[in-house]
Every structure is written in structure tokens, then in C-alpha cells.
Ligand binder design. Structure first.
Ligand code: FAD
Ligand code: NAI
Length: 475
């Protein structure tokens, strides 16, 4: 006998568990199926984000930043530290505790919202009489049936052909978050978000980090002015960034990995690393879904094909998050999860792809929303730009963190904000104001006329908005 639900969600990451909660709030009987196991074999919902992504990486970024401050900037504040020592085991233990708090929090939220959680792998069995039958292979085999199915099965790290992840020497994000001793020499292939965040963690803890990037430009998706500033600052911090390289043979030895590559200048180079992180993007995960049983359509890159409303090729089957097109971001997955639940309820769920913020949690942080200057030029849009450096912000000086700037891009005629780009302290928090402003179609002048607390980093946002009209007050 199958257990019947209105909605079965497969995948308990940010896309899935949020879709399940919203559907339950809307009055549906909901099941959420997730197969992630903790180290004791128990359920660990939250997906990549909670277990080997957003949360543990931010925990290690925070810890490693404290370590770097204690070693390098406390003295300037008149705090003398003697005998500073890294306890990596404790740092990792703290990270694991933070992850578990989030796993437990999600289990609590599912229960609170009366979502039935199933721990195991969910796969399609068949579709009949308007219902989908889903098998869940966990400790025992369960069969569920539902009219609506939401697929939120996430993504996996992409390997380089011929060099599978062993998580000992060749590391994906999973291994990169779980290294037992600080590697003397750490190689990173791919100067994207993971490469820079994880490269920063291990550099702060003492590794000599070399980042090898195929593209000739640094952070090509980021506003050029901001990306240039980021490259300058990260190079100064000690990240060895090599652009325009062509990776050749990777030879995995017993205790080290040798990467052969051709540099941008054409020089054949071989470097031996103690560990190698490969962070060259992620691939959608549909392994184990048994999509063929019901004829679910995937695109040529393996993503589940969806329309603008996250509808798949099958009636009443929806897909959200990393397993479908669009940015692979937890908050994008969540927004899609909410919108799908609302569409199932006959409402008009909506995700505005133009106002999804991006954040890179390096130091300084990089955050942006909307279009870059190079995109506006390519689109032939007449725009005005205003920038304000944190160097001229009182709070940033008090913090001792004055690198970077806020940059506004506004329509030359209407003054509507088209993009906001920040590199600097707390950029991840500051960007929210810009997202709200863009959602409300605000002009740069709107932000410029709003009272911002003093002294605060957010004054740099106001000043950058003033600078659009060439009337910054403090610079
Ligand atoms: P996932 O989080 O991958 O969850 C999918 C879940 O489905 C998993 O638990 C999986 O086990 C389960 N599953 C898959 N197939 C089945 C099946 N057949 N049956 C049962 N369960 C199944 N994004 C941000 O926005 N901010 C960040 O700071 C950030 N940092 C990141 C850092 C790293 C190192 C990485 C790797 C990613 C980071 N991301 C970040 C990206 C973010 O983790 C993803 O965009 C997000 O997790 C996608 O959510 P999702 O629900 O689509 O998939
Ligand atoms: P990415 O797409 O951010 O970066 C991959 C980089 O690898 C690119 O610069 C690409 O040019 C380069 N590359 C690709 N093939 C290569 C090759 N053969 N040799 C050398 N370089 C090569 O992907 P990444 O860093 O793996 O992260 C995956 C996704 O996870 C991100 O796109 C993002 O969506 C998400 N994420 C988000 C975070 C955040 O929001 N702060 C943090 C970490 C990950």
C-alpha cells in the first residue's frame, strides 16, 4: 500500500525543504524525501548548502578570518597575542556543530509544519490515474503517491575528465571543507566562487595557494572595475592567481598531485601540490531519480527541462534549484521552491531573476545585483555611474577595513538603478538595500535622499548613490 500525499518533494536542500514547508503552509499533505546521511547514518537534510556548501564554508571562512586577524591585525588595535596556535581539529569540530544545528533545525521545521520526512532515495516508479508513484529506498522500502511532485535534487561537483575526486588528494568542495592538516602547497583549479572562498580559507590558515584559471579574465561575471580591485587585493593577500592557463596531465601520486599546465604566455609548467581542489563548476544531479520510468525530459547538459514557471515536461511535476537552469544559488532555489508551492495552490508565485543577489564571501566580500557596466555597454544602455570608496567611510576606518567601494549604475535618463556592485566589508549584508531598491524600481536619487545611520557602512551606499549625480558629500 502506498502512502498518499498531495505533494511529494524529492530533495531536502534549500529548494526542496522550503517548497515542502510552503506547500504545507498552503494546506497540502506533503512528504519530503532526502537521502543525505550524517556520519552516524542518520538524516541530514539541507542538501549541499547545509552539509558541504554554504554553511560549512562560511563557518570555516569566519574561523580562518579570526585566525588571520589574531595573527595580523590585532596588534594594530593594541591587542597583543602571544603563542597564537591553530587548532584545526577544533575549528572543524565547530564547523560540524554548526552544520548539525542546521540539519536539526530543518528537521524541526518540517515537523512543525507537518511535513512527513522520509530518509532515503526517492525514485519514480510509474505514473497512473493522474498520480505519481515514488519509491523511497531507505532503511526500509516505502511507496508514496501524489498528484504533484517537486524535484529538487541539486547538483554535484564537476570532475576534470580522467581525474576523479578521491577526496584525499584530489578534492571537490566536500574534501576541501574537511582537510585534516593545513597543506603546505595547495593547488586550486578554477578561480570561481568555490576556488576563491576555499583558497582564502586555506591561505589564511597557512597554505601557499596557487589558483589556476582557464579564462583570461578574473571573475568574468563580476563588474570589471570590481573584479580588477578583487584581483589586486587577493593577489596582495598572497593568493597566487594564474589566468588563461590550459590544464594538461594531472598526475596523482601517493602523497602529492602534480599539475601540468600551459601558462597564458605559453610556458609549459608542472607544479606539485600537497592537495588539489578542483572547482570548475557543478553538474545537475538526477542520478537515481529513474526519470526514464515516467519520461521526464532532461536537456543536453543534464538539467531537468523546465519552463519559466519551473514546470517540467510532465504534468504536475515541477523542478527547482540547482537541477534546473539559472544560477546555482541557495536563495534562488528557495525562491523557486516557494513559487512552485504557490503555483500548485493556484496562486501566482513569482521569481524575479533580475534581482537575485550574488555574494562571494572572500575578504573583502564581493556582492552585486543587476547588470554590470560591461553588460550595460553591450546592451547599448545609456547609464550613469557613481562610486564611493570605503576609505572615505568613518565606520570602515574604525573597523580597520577600508578596502573596496560601492558602485551604482543608473539609467542616464530615468535614474532607475540598473546595478549595484560592492567590494568591501559586509558587502553580503549591504547588498540587501540595493535588492530592495531594485525590486521597488527605485532611482539612485531615492537612495541618496534616504537617511542612513552614522557611522555605518551603509553610508557608503548612500554616498555612491549621491555620486551618480556627482554630489557625494564625503569624497
Ligand atoms: P541541494 O542543496 O544540492 O540539495 C539536494 C538534496 O537532494 C540533497 O540533500 C541530496 O542528497 C538530495 N537528493 C538528490 N537526489 C535524491 C533522490 N533521488 N532521493 C532523495 N534525495 C535526493 N549558494 C549560496 O547561495 N550561497 C553560498 O554561500 C553558497 N556557498 C556554497 C559553497 C559551496 C562549497 C558549494 C558547493 C555550494 C555553495 N552554494 C552557495 C550553492 C548552494 O549550495 C546550492 O545552490 C544549493 O544547495 C542548491 O539547492 P538545491 O535544493 O537545489 O540542491
Ligand atoms: P564557478 O562557475 O563559480 O567557477 C568555475 C571556474 O572554473 C570558472 O572561472 C571557470 O572558468 C573555471 N574553469 C572551468 N573549467 C576549467 C578548466 N578546465 N581549467 C581551469 N579553469 C576552469 O564554479 P564553482 O566555483 O565550482 O562553484 C559552483 C557554483 O556553486 C557557483 O557557480 C555558485 O553558483 C555556487 N557557489 C556559490 C557560492 C556563493 O554564493 N558564495 C559559494 C560557492 C559556490
Amino acid at each position: 500500500m502506498s502512502k498518499q500525499f498531495d505533494v511529494v518533494v524529492i530533495g531536502g536542500g534549500p529548494g526542496g525543504y522550503i517548497a515542502a514547508i510552503r506547500a504545507a503552509q498552503l494546506g497540502f499533505a506533503v512528504a519530503c524525501v532526502d537521502e543525505w546521511k550524517n556520519d552516524k547514518g542518520g538524516p541530514a537534510p539541507g542538501g549541499t548548502c547545509t552539509n558541504v556548501g554554504c554553511i560549512p564554508s562560511k563557518a570555516l571562512l569566519q574561523s580562518s578570518e579570526h585566525f588571520e586577524h589574531a595573527g595580523h591585525s590585532f596588534a594594530e588595535h593594541g591587542i597583543e597575542v602571544q603563542g597564537l596556535k591553530l587548532n584545526l581539529a577544533q575549528m572543524k569540530k565547530r564547523k560540524d556543530v554548526v552544520v548539525k544545528q542546521n540539519n536539526d533545525g530543518i528537521l524541526y521545521l518540517l515537523k512543525k509544519n507537518k511535513v512527513t520526512f522520509f530518509h532515503g532515495r526517492g525514485s519514480f516508479v510509474a505514473a497512473k490515474d493522474g498520480l505519481y508513484e515514488i519509491a523511497v529506498a531507505g532503511d526500509k522500502l516505502e511507496t508514496l503517491s501524489a498528484k504533484h511532485v517537486v524535484l529538487a535534487t541539486g547538483s554535484n561537483a564537476r570532475a576534470l575528465p580522467g581525474t576523479p575526486f578521491d577526496e584525499q588528494l584530489v578534492l571537490s568542495n566536500t574534501g576541501a571543507l574537511d582537510i585534516n592538516a593545513v597543506p603546505k602547497k595547495l593547488g586550486v583549479i578554477g578561480a570561481g566562487v568555490i576556488g576563491l572562498e576555499m583558497g582564502s580559507v586555506w591561505r589564511r590558515l597557512g597554505s601557499e595557494v596557487t589558483v589556476l584559471e582557464a579564462l583570461p579574465v578574473f571573475l568574468g561575471a563580476v563588474d570589471e572595475q570590481i573584479a580588477k580591485e578583487a584581483q589586486k587585493l587577493m593577489t596582495k593577500q598572497g593568493l597566487g592567481i594564474h589566468l588563461g592557463v590550459k590544464i594538461g596531465a594531472i598526475v596523482v601520486g601517493k602523497k602529492s598531485v602534480t599539475v601540468n599546465y600551459t601558462s597564458a604566455a605559453g610556458a609549459e609548467t608542472a607544479v606539485e601540490f600537497d592537495k588539489l581542489i578542483i572547482s570548475i563548476g557543478r553538474t545537475p544531479n538526477t542520478i537515481g531519480l529513474n526519470a526514464e520510468a515516467v519520461g521526464l525530459q532532461l536537456d543536453e547538459r543534464g538539467f531537468i527541462t523546465v519552463d519559466g514557471d519551473c514546470k517540467t515536461s510532465l504534468p504536475n511535476v515541477w523542478a527547482v534549484g540547482d537541477v534546473v537552469r539559472g544560477p546555482m544559488l541557495a536563495h534562488k532555489a528557495e525562491e523557486e521552491g516557494v513559487a512552485v508551492a504557490e503555483r500548485i495552490a493556484g496562486q501566482h508565485g513569482h521569481v524575479n531573476f533580475n534581482t537575485i543577489p550574488w555574494v562571494i564571501y572572500t575578504s573583502p566580500e564581493i556582492a552585486w545585483v543587476g547588470r554590470t557596466e560591461q553588460q550595460l555597454k553591450a546592451d547599448g544602455v545609456a547609464y550613469k555611474a557613481g562610486t564611493f570608496p570605503f576609505m572615505a567611510n568613518g565606520r570602515a576606518r574604525a573597523l580597520g577595513d577600508t578596502s573596496g567601494m560601492v558602485k551604482f549604475l543608473a539609467d542616464a535618463v530615468t535614474d532607475e538603478i540598473l546595478g549595484v556592485h560592492i567590494i568591501g566589508p559586509m558587502a553580503s549584508e549591504l547588498i540587501s538595500e540595493a535588492v530592495v531598491a531594485m525590486e521597488f524600481k527605485a532611482s539612485a536619487e531615492d537612495i541618496a535622499r534616504i537617511c542612513h545611520a552614522h557611522p555605518s557602512l551603509s553610508e557608503a551606499t548612500k554616498e555612491a548613490a549621491l555620486a551618480v549625480d556627482k554630489r557625494a558629500l564625503n569624497f
